[in-house]
Design a protein. Structure first.
Length: 230
């Protein structure tokens, strides 16, 4: 079971974890537990409590290393300051245990899991920009991913592309959703690999109430653009 980009939406995360239960051999979260939504600390702690395999996203890295280490637009800094004020050293210690990618080789298939396409694992910000990937050729993107199946998030919109028996799978954002439905991706691995998305209901009314009663920086833009609340 795979999902990504919860972004502080505790209600969606709780629904996903409850539905996943003990039904899968592995559960992988592709990063960005925090940012945007109202419950960054609770999301970190819930993911950690359930021993979910966590691949770090850019928002997770911003807190782990400090926003001053990254080239972040100035207008976004007050929001990150609020998010990080909700966290503490224990949360940073949790994040420090995780990596930015995970590779699985099974039944002659190479599967790679990351928050986004990796430019250099040694960089503090290891990912290519979305603009670079969108302007790249398919052959270059496949060379960058270097696997049979590449699973990622970051762009928030789920998609599956197949090119010459290679797959690029954006699992989308399970936290930045604009209805009462969230989702996760199921990967069944046998001689062949089957990929499907499971949609479930979460307590959107509770999330909306939290967001409407929040006053942190950029909340009105965040409510509208990321959660569909006018």
């Amino acid at each position: 079971a795979l999902f990504s980009d919860i972004h502080g939406n505790l209600e969606a995360l709780e629904a996903i974890i409850a539905d996943i239960g003990n039904n899968y051999d592995d559960v992988i979260f592709l990063g960005d537990a925090i940012g945007l939504g109202p419950n960054p600390k609770e999301c970190i702690n819930l993911l950690h409590k359930h021993n979910i395999r966590w691949i770090l996203g850019n928002h997770d890295l911003y807190y782990l290393y400090g926003v001053d280490k990254f080239n972040i637009e100035e207008e976004k800094l007050p929001h990150y300051a609020w998010v990080h004020s909700m966290l503490d050293g224990n949360d940073r210690e949790i994040l420090s245990k995780y990596d930015i990618s995970y590779e699985l080789n099974i039944n002659n298939h190479k599967l790679l899991f990351s928050h986004y396409f990796i430019e250099n694992k040694d960089y503090l910000y290891p990912f290519y920009s979305i603009g670079y990937i969108k302007n790249s050729t398919i052959s270059n993107i496949l060379k960058i991913s270097n696997c049979d199946y590449f699973f990622y998030g970051h762009e928030h919109n789920p998609s599956i592309y197949k090119f010459n028996d290679k797959y690029l799978v954006d699992v989308g954002s399970s936290g930045c959703v604009k209805t009462d439905k969230t989702f996760y991706t199921i990967v069944e691995i046998d001689d062949e690999i089957n990929i499907k998305r499971k949609e479930i209901t979460y307590d959107r009314a509770k999330l909306i109430n939290k967001l409407n009663n929040s006053t942190y920086d950029s909340i009105e833009i965040i409510k509208k653009d990321f959660f569909g609340i006018e």
